[in-house]
Design a protein around this ligand. Sequence first.
Ligand SMILES: Cc1cc2nc3c(=O)[nH]c(=O)nc-3n(C[C@H](O)[C@H](O)[C@H](O)COP(=O)(O)OP(=O)(O)OC[C@H]3O[C@@H](n4cnc5c(N)ncnc54)[C@H](O)[C@@H]3O)c2cc1C
Length: 380
Amino acid sequence: MVDFNLTDEQKELQKLARDFALKEIRPYAEEHDKQGKFPAEIAKKAFVVGLMNLNIPEKYGGAGLKILDEVIIAEELAWGCSGISTALSVNHLATYPVILAGSEEQKKKYLGMLTSEVGFASYAVTEPQTGSDVAGLQTTAKLVGDEYIINGSKQWITGASVAKWFYVLAKTDPSKGHKGMSAFIVEADIPGVKVGKKEDMMGQRASTTHSITFEDIKIPKSNLLGQEGAGFKIAMHAFDHTRPGIAASAVGVARAAMEHAVEYSKTRTSFGIPIAMHEGVNFLISDMACEIEASRLLAWQAAWAVDNGIKNTKLAAFAKRFAADTAMKVTTDAVQVLGGYGYSNEYPVAKLMRDAKIFQIYEGTSQIQRLIIAKEIFLR
Ligand SMILES: Cc1cc2nc3c(=O)[nH]c(=O)nc-3n(C[C@H](O)[C@H](O)[C@H](O)COP(=O)(O)OP(=O)(O)OC[C@H]3O[C@@H](n4cnc5c(N)ncnc54)[C@H](O)[C@@H]3O)c2cc1C
């Protein structure tokens, strides 16, 4: 039986997120974008109303929500500003590996660090020389006595400058490819951890992204997540949980762009009629509406599957790929609908187009999503 009705609780969460986006995000989006300002004050407010750490079980101080609930919230917050919403939701990707593979002690300590007061954690996998090809990473972790010594560099790490700890993937046995990779929790303030300067990004500029270097850092053996060699699997499994939310965020951005395009097209006239009445314009908007709806349904389906214990790797890749490409197309077409005004930073659609691009890149590019889908079709 298929039921597309939201429960009363889900409607309340949606309203909470929508109101928060309207009152606490949208009015500050332009300023944060222009200045590349991290939304620390907005995060404090989101923390208080319960819009952070949605995925962390209540036992460890989080909201303990289902992924479908997260997805509903993600669309609304990203509708407000996806740079700000990415900053607010960065903990999801870092914490899923701990939730999925951590010991009770690790969960209490490291999830608790994010829920006792407003705090951040980052997922540190990508490196300067390798992103899509995760198995090619070069960071190493060597067990010496009761400690691992980690050396290497990470690149494009969201939230690194504000993170209390990082989820780090490193090679414990470089001869074994992805089976020789292990996952670690690395506290940000230990000697040898250096966070680079903030990257000057095209879009989602409120979110803060940095390189990190590890120079002979020493972490206790107890900070290994799961078993040695399980790191790659843990890192990829986390994506099954987070990609539906990324897809929903892309939907939020696309929806915002379409709303601007609809409003503008009703008031702008050409050849004596509102541009909305030209088929060339309203077909663009019809396609936006249709593809946004399809993206949302894919995101909900991928979330519903994982919530119900169904393997969703392919569904999550469907959702991420389709919604990311849709957000890019819809925002580009929204700029087109606004004509010259669309190209101006005085109007919001130019920012939405810049913000949309990253959905096709982070958490696995659109090409990598296609590879995952093809692998699921041909190799399963
Ligand atoms: C703003 C931002 C935030 C990010 N946040 C994080 C984070 O918090 N943590 C983290 O670990 N990483 C993060 N990343 C990194 C991101 O996940 C990578 O940039 C992404 O996975 C792509 O890797 P790459 O940049 O090395 O590109 P490459 O892997 O070098 O790819 C370059 C191009 O080649 C294509 N390509 C590569 N291999 C194939 C293939 N086999 N078939 C077809 N096409 C292929 C890619 O799709 C891409 O178009 C972030 C990146 C950005 C820009």
